[in-house]
Design a protein around this ligand. Sequence first.
Ligand code: HEC
Ligand code: HEC
Ligand code: HEC
Length: 354
Amino acid sequence: MTIRWKYLAILVIVAPLLGFGFAWSGLMSVRASTGHWAATDWFLHWVMGNSVRTAALSVDAPPLDNPALVPPAAGHFETGCAICHGSPSQARSAAVLAMLPPPPDLKTVVPTWSDAQLFEIVKHGVRFTGMPAWPAQMRDDEVWDMVAFLRKLPDMDSDAYLRASGLHGIGKAGEVSPLPITCESCHSERRLEAASVIPRLAGQSEAYLLNSLRAYAHGERASGIMQVAVGTLPEESLPELAAYYAKQARPQRPALPADAQLTEKGREIAEKGRAADKIPACLSCHEKPGGNPAYPRISGQSAPYLERQLRLFHAGVRGGSSFSHLMTEAAKNLKEDDFAVLAAFFASRENGGP
Ligand code: HEC
Ligand code: HEC
Ligand code: HEC
């Protein structure tokens, strides 16, 4: 018995040393060109699948069958994902097919995963493969938008994809302009509807637009979508973009139908606040004649966008300009029922603001 223990001890010490020696010798190939053995390939994908399935057990998927979730994710897919995975309008390039493992064509693999599993992959990425994590880890709402888009992807032809992503600009009737994804692909007033989760920029305060663009560029406001959209722009172009949108007239747009009682409750908080919960009157800062231009115009914004932002402020993860702590404080004590009523009220208030 004692002798066996001795052998075992030697094995435990020697085996790692041998492995370490092999790694040190340089004989272990890291070449992607030679590929994996079929067994290694199978094993790695098996490990990845198991890991994703287990992690997804604790994830509850929200309802995703809302067409308004698709456009921001489709536009982001074109800039952040299609370079590796290809898209309905562009095949994968020879360069990415030489990656190890090559990024799969998502049209064919998406149906093999559940919503929660796709969420897990898109949020956290896959180690050792080149599949990146979502750039803003606290923005689960954006990751779910991407899952909603991925679900639609297998049935999308090139036309549907161009329409969803705004890839070819939004020309007047029938006009196609071969542009890459631009600000207008997502923010054009012609594209935005009352249910959009993308904010309207036309007629917003210039100071606020500029502060927001800088906050995204410097990582002080978390959004995987917007951080990628402004990440590569030169700092000098931000004031021009802010001025461009501030000057645009904002067309009238009816809000989503909301119950009058809801909007009335929202008005109550907006005008008077709620002293019992230390919630200030929203209109004591927002859209006050002669007020600080760094406080944004929120009337006429879409209800789903407003509600998301309020929830982010309430959770303390919205970030933003150097004034954003004021809003975090204002949203801190909001209750679950308040988000929808405030969003409904401000969305219905088309002509508010100075
Ligand atoms: C730099 C290249 C790269 C980028 C950019 C990239 N991916 Fe991937 N992705 C990969 C690779 C490589 C894999 C394969 C991982 C594996 O086989 O384990 C992968 C796997 C996936 C999978 C799992 C598919 C499967 O069955 O293996 C999904 C879903 C996915 N990516 C979605 C996305 C989305 C959405 C984006 C954009 C937000 C994105 N990817 C951006 C490289 C990339
Ligand atoms: C792929 C779609 C997409 C593209 C492209 C895009 N945006 Fe955005 N933008 C969004 C979304 C979604 C949000 C909301 C992000 C958040 O929750 O913080 C947003 C937010 C913003 C905001 C903050 C608005 C507010 O009310 O707080 C500004 C300013 C902005 N975008 C400007 C731009 C500019 C300028 C460009 C072009 C350089 C651009 N965006 C490109 C989707 C996009
Ligand atoms: C003390 C001043 C103050 C009060 C009170 C206040 N806000 Fe704000 N709010 C701000 C500031 C400042 C910002 C912009 C933060 C930034 O620059 O990133 C903001 C941003 C917002 C935004 C995000 C807009 C966008 O386009 O992303 C929403 C929505 C909002 N406020 C709603 C409300 C509501 C609803 C109330 C009332 C419950 C309220 N605010 C009360 C100062 C205030």
